[in-house]
Ligand binder design. Structure first.
Ligand SMILES: [Zn+2]
Length: 269
């Protein structure tokens, strides 16, 4: 499932390409991906201008003219392609937003959705999310305080969207590896140096992953060479049994609190 770097990458790319563009056509092949009847969606969205694309946690918010908002969650298997009819991949699309000759194609939107909200509805929908990793007031000191009351283990804390927004299975493992801490550690038991290392690792891993274009495999548009660059750079995620890049020991794959978890049992403590 795409996480902070993938969705932030999409946000930046989409703002470069569809900001201030008018939605000139809509195709709905899967009405279940919407939260309102198709006709209501069409009436609200057709002719609206995309003022900008925001992101909150793992979701994108298409801010439309007239205080209407489209909340996109790709969940597992969801993808986007932006391009002309010729660029459209040979896959079923669930929804298409057209901008003249170009369209944003939503693919694999089965668990994911594109929901329409007004201002209050959107705020209510996002209200329970935790802080963003790069919130200005999420200082190292505040992060350390959060860890003191964190429940479960580092894996469950880092992936709990109410505790911290935007991180999932891949980056929780990458962040723990970068900090040299086992994902099974109790958050409250970290000493101040370990808490500081986890904070620094969180920001550096996410920054590096965003710069590399995240791990989504399908290019967003024709000629896109950035999307998916982080696939090559993952140190532990999906690398079970491969040698650790730091110490050479095989990477361990385990289920931890019913989540896929990859780590080095030797150099993470
Ligand atoms: Zn190692």
């Amino acid at each position: 499932m795409p996480e902070w770097p993938e969705m932030e990458h999409y946000r930046q790319e989409l703002n470069k390409r569809i900001q201030n563009r008018t939605i000139s056509g809509i195709t709905v092949n899967r009405p279940k991906s919407l939260n309102v009847p198709e006709e209501e969606f069409r009436a609200a969205v057709l002719g609206a201008v995309v003022e900008r694309v925001d992101r909150r946690a793992k979701q994108l918010v298409f801010v439309l003219s007239g205080e209407r908002y489209l909340l996109l969650h790709l969940m597992l298997g969801g993808m986007m392609v932006l391009g002309t009819e010729a660029d459209k991949p040979d896959r079923t699309t669930q929804i298409e937003l057209h901008f003249g000759e170009t369209a944003l194609y939503f693919i694999g939107l089965r668990l994911g959705y594109l929901h329409l909200y007004g201002k209050q509805g959107l705020e209510a929908e996002l209200a329970s999310l935790g802080p963003e990793p790069f919130d200005a007031d999420l200082t190292a000191a505040r992060f350390a305080d959060m860890l003191k009351t964190g429940k479960g283990n580092l894996k469950t804390c880092l992936t709990d969207q109410h505790w911290l927004a935007g991180i999932g299975n891949c980056y929780s493992d990458e962040i723990c590896f970068a900090s040299g801490l086992l994902p099974s550690r109790r958050p409250a038991a970290l000493d101040e140096h370990e808490a500081a290392r986890l904070y620094t690792s969180m920001r550096s891993v996410l920054t590096e992953a965003l710069r590399a274009g995240g791990y989504m495999e399908m290019p967003l548009y024709d000629g896109d060479e950035r999307t998916g660059g982080f696939n090559e750079l993952c140190r532990v995620y999906d690398r079970g049994d491969e040698p650790c890049v730091r110490c050479g020991n095989p990477i361990v794959f385990q289920t931890l609190s019913s989540r896929k978890c990859f780590f080095c049992g030797n150099c993470q403590t």
